[in-house]
Design a protein around this ligand. Structure first.
Ligand code: NA7
Length: 871
């Protein structure tokens, strides 16, 4: 009988683990070490999971073996030597068997035992697990260690059951091997399994025909002995090596780069790509923006296509093998041993299913839209129902009998990829929403097993019986997983990461792409914050620690980390002059923003002298509507050119001329100098719109931060002065009040670049305390906000100015102004201006561009009406 957590509740064992692959083996070892009675249920006759089943010729790992091995026991590491850089399937399976023997694991594994159903018994607070043999086992905790790529995708080609020859599946290869000598063989599929097996099958078969639906990016594995440098680093300090892996992006120690592909010359770029090609490494370090920038990524794609063309002699075959229509890495890349060279062999032929799809499999072969071919054998290398398939293949029923399959009908929802709401005490090892398939699986498996073991141990010590995530925590995590994916190119590809390979499967990005390092940190933080996002139930009742662990946009987090690493002095401790110098220096480091048609610098008359401006003209045919733009910088910092990337971006998105104008800065010129200049500029540009090459009619105004403050103040002063008319106002994170006590100041006033202290510093330089209630400083305090131009107000969730922006939107709406309030979730005060750096800001800037286009067309319609009434 098991060690029960609570004396009055009995179960057969503490934990049932499903699967005796690398996850299940380590889970058993850890739980046993903690004194929990555990049984592992495994469908196969032996250990090894995916490496038990996938015995096709050429099957190997493509993460280097030294990395693709357990790290939990230094003794195990010392006694096991891998013979090659990338171990073969038999060697990996031998390793799994060695581990099972070494730790005497088999005695708690029931082989040839498939789990069919698992049901949560709320009354007994245990799981009832039913196996294919009809047995029922009860357990406190139920762990799915079923692997990410273990349930094969069902064959979705018509006529497959009709074929009279031999049929093989890479995922279920005969243990005795297959002899293809003198056979006419077809291989369907060109993922990792196809790419690894095709060169070997080609050497045996009389004829080999490869049916390729999507060409894959593959590079030579250059297998052989493990690289000496790697072995040396490992041997020198194995703890440091393993720790570096745990704190790396993908679970393998690797250099990190911050350099984008387009920031270097073509020659340097090629050198990096050549090094990647010659590295024999699945995930070599290339450029930082490879996952996010289409332009950068395409340069690597084309390099790889050139390599294919240089290897494959027949140009038509080479072209058909060249991947197109998706970006490098967004479908799982491959490593190969002579794959492309195989197509130079006379007995090998490629059928491009994009041109001539399979219509049916016949009794004797395969028919495409172009021809009928006869075969002795067909090999299906058609992949897996990845990440969720093996989990929902078990009929798992949670609280109130909710089937997991039903809960996940629209795509999996998990908290940290570890648990899912409604399924207490049910853990997933490397589940959807965790780095899993985007990482070295061994590192991710160990991290999850450790986390789960420690959680169960904690519960035992605290006398708790159930653990379950909260709905808020789960929704927040799902959002964060999507936020991370959405700033990359990955969701654009029809990949198994997206569930796109399985007909009818919801298109959801399944793994977590935020990185092994960040993910681990997140899981650790959850624990450190008292299991944030979890509810526990025990003898003393239910205790929930509700909350969301990651609320910032992922790229905003990175920006904050980079800024913190610079160790800059606080702005408020600096003189305005020093702060300006720093502001300018930082601006040189940012991406430039998109190209526009033309940029012209000029000067216009301000209220007390000339003001510089910079005009951004779209590349499209004009004349264009005109927008007067006021830069940010708290009335103290910045200049007409300091928001350059944002102005370029708005120019392109709105198809408008953006005229970014300077104004006098404090403390040299205090309030109301900036206001006077802002109004003067608006008047001058309105009058000279046509001369500037713009479209006649009312101009719009836009601004960020203090610039948005000036923009809206200028609108109101123009209204009071009887003109000029303004088509609309775009206010990005505006200053609308001088009240530093709103909740958003309390919540966000210290950590997100723009701090309460800096705002205080700005106000002190700009205006006397007595003047701060003036509506030209605090437009929210204006008595009459009616008849102002339509407004688009953008507020950022983690901005001290958020609440006053929202209050201004409400006040304008109450005064009858047409207002659109855009709330930028997960953003900080400055992140929307960081074009090409904070990619998650792009959808908001698109809405801004759209608002300016709308104002332009409304302004144009009004002008036409006026013109018509004059005729
Ligand atoms: P993959 O990578 O999913 O590859 C499956 C291949 O089979 C891929 O080229 C598919 O084309 C192709 N496929 C799937 N269904 C069809 C049909 N109906 N007709 C033609 N071709 C088809 O699976 P693997 O087993 O190779 O590798 C899985 C992972 O294991 C691998 O990524 C590593 O992580 C280890 P598609 O691309 O869908 O057009």
């Amino acid at each position: 009988m098991a060690t029960d957590i609570k004396p009055d509740v009995r179960s057969d064992v503490d934990v049932v683990v499903v699967g005796a692959g690398f996850a299940g083996l380590y889970m058993l070892h850890r739980l046993r070490g903690l004194g929990f009675s555990t049984v592992v249920l495994e469908g196969a006759d032996g250990v090894g999971g995916t490496w038990y089943w996938n015995r096709y010729p050429g099957a190997r790992c493509d993460i280097m073996s030294v990395d693709y091995s357990y790290s939990f026991d230094p003794e195990l590491e010392r006694e096991w030597q891998w013979s090659e850089k990338y171990a073969t399937q038999p060697e990996i399976l031998a390793y799994a068997n060695h581990v099972a023997d070494r730790y005497d694991l088999r005695k708690d594994i029931r082989f040839a035992t498939r789990v069919e159903r698992a049901t949560w018994d709320a009354g007994a607070r245990c799981w009832r697990v039913r196996t294919g043999t009809g047995d029922e086992i009860t357990c406190r905790f139920y762990v799915m260690a079923t692997g990410c790529l273990s349930l094969p995708k069902s064959i979705d080609i018509e006529g497959a059951d009709r074929f009279g020859g031999d049929i093989y599946y890479t995922h279920h290869w005969p243990h005795e091997g297959v002899d293809f000598t003198a056979k006419r063989v077809a291989v369907i599929g060109s993922g990792s399994s196809g790419i690894q097996s095709i060169p070997i099958i080609a050497r045996q078969a009389a004829q080999l025909t490869v049916f390729q639906r999507t060409p894959n990016f593959s590079r030579p594995a250059l297998n052989g002995p493990a690289p000496q440098a790697k072995l040396d680093a490992f041997k020198a300090d194995r703890d440091a090596y393993r720790q570096a892996a745990r704190l790396s992006q993908i679970g393998v120690p690797a250099p990190v780069t911050m350099v984008g592909a387009m920031q270097v010359s073509e020659q340097e770029r090629r050198a990096v790509y050549e090094a990647a090609w010659n590295s024999g490494d699945l995930l070599p370090t290339t450029f930082a923006d490879m996952p996010t920038s289409a332009v950068s990524n395409e340069t690597f794609c084309e390099f790889l296509r050139e390599k294919i063309r240089s290897i494959v002699k027949d140009p038509a075959t080479a072209e058909a093998l060249c991947p197109t229509g998706y970006y490098y890495g967004t479908k799982r890349p491959c490593l190969d041993s002579g794959y492309f060279e195989t197509f130079n062999l006379p007995q090998v032929r490629l059928v491009d299913l994009r041109r001539t799809p399979i219509t049916t499999i016949t009794e004797t072969g395969i028919q495409t839209t172009a021809e009928s071919m006869e075969f002795d054998a067909i090999v299906f290398a058609t992949g897996f129902d990845a990440m969720t398939g093996a989990i929902v293949a078990v009929d798992i029923n949670g609280r109130d009998g909710l089937p997991l399959k039903q809960k996940w009908a629209e795509g999996p929802k998990t908290y940290l990829g570890l648990m899912t709401v409604g399924f207490p005490n049910c853990f997933l090892i490397t589940g959807p929403g965790s780095p899993s398939v985007l990482s070295n699986m061994m590192v991710s498996i160990e991290q999850h097993v450790d986390w789960v073991s420690e959680a169960i141990d904690y519960m035992r010590r605290a006398g708790l019986e159930t653990i379950e995530p909260t709905a808020t925590a789960e929704a927040g995590w799902v959002q964060h997983v999507n936020d991370c994916a959405d700033i990359t190119l990955f969701p654009q590809a029809s990949s198994w990461y997206m569930g796109a390979n399985v007909p009818g499967k919801p298109r959801v990005f399944l793994p977590y792409i935020g990185g092994v390092d960040r993910y681990r940190k997140t899981c650790d933080e959850v624990v450190a914050q008292g299991y944030l996002g979890f509810c526990f139930e025990g003898a003393s009742g239910v205790a929930c620690n509700d909350g969301v662990i990651r609320r910032l946009q992922p790229d905003v987090t990175i920006v904050l980390e980079v800024i913190e690493s610079l160790g800059l002095p606080p702005v408020e401790s600096m003189s305005p002059e020093a702060a300006r110098t720093l502001f300018v220096a930082l601006a040189t480091q940012r991406p430039p923003g998109p190209a526009v048609g033309e940029i012209v610098d000029g000067a216009l008359p301000g209220a007390a002298g000339e003001l510089n401006y910079r005009l951004y003209r779209p590349a499209t045919a004009g004349p264009h509507p005109v927008v007067v733009y006021y830069h940010g910088g708290g009335w103290v910092l910045g200049g007409y050119d300091s928001d350059d990337p944002l102005c370029r971006d708005l120019c392109v998105r709105s198809d408008s001329i953006i005229l970014s104008v300077d104004y006098r800065h404090a403390p040299e010129a205090r309030f109301p100098a900036a206001v006077d200049d802002a109004l003067a500029a608006l008047q001058w540009v309105s009058f000279h719109a046509k001369a500037l090459g713009g479209r006649p009619g009312p101009v719009a105004v836009a601004g960020w931060s203090a610039g948005a403050n000036l923009a809206t103040v200028a609108c109101r002063l123009a209204r009071d002065a009887g003109g000029p008319p303004v088509a609309g106002q775009l206010l990005i994170a505006p200053v609308t009040d001088a009240d530093l006590t709103r909740p958003s100041y309390h919540e966000n006033g210290e950590r997100y670049v723009l701090t309460s202290a800096i705002m205080q510093w700005f106000f002190d330089h700009y205006v006397d305390t007595a003047g701060r209630a003036d509506p030209r400083v605090a437009p929210l305090r204006a008595r009459d906000l009616s008849n102002l131009p339509p407004a688009t107000i953008v507020t950022c969730e983690f901005d001290p100015l958020r609440d006053e922006g929202a209050a201004y939107a409400e006040a304008l709406a109450a005064a009858g102004v047409d207002v659109k309030h855009i709330k930028a979730r997960g953003h900080i005060h400055s992140s929307l201006t960081m074009v090409d750096l904070v990619i998650s800001g792009a959808p908001y800037r698109e809405q801004m561009g759209e608002a300016l286009r709308r104002y332009a067309s409304a302004g144009r319609a009004a002008s036409l009406v006026r013109a018509a009434s004059l005729v």
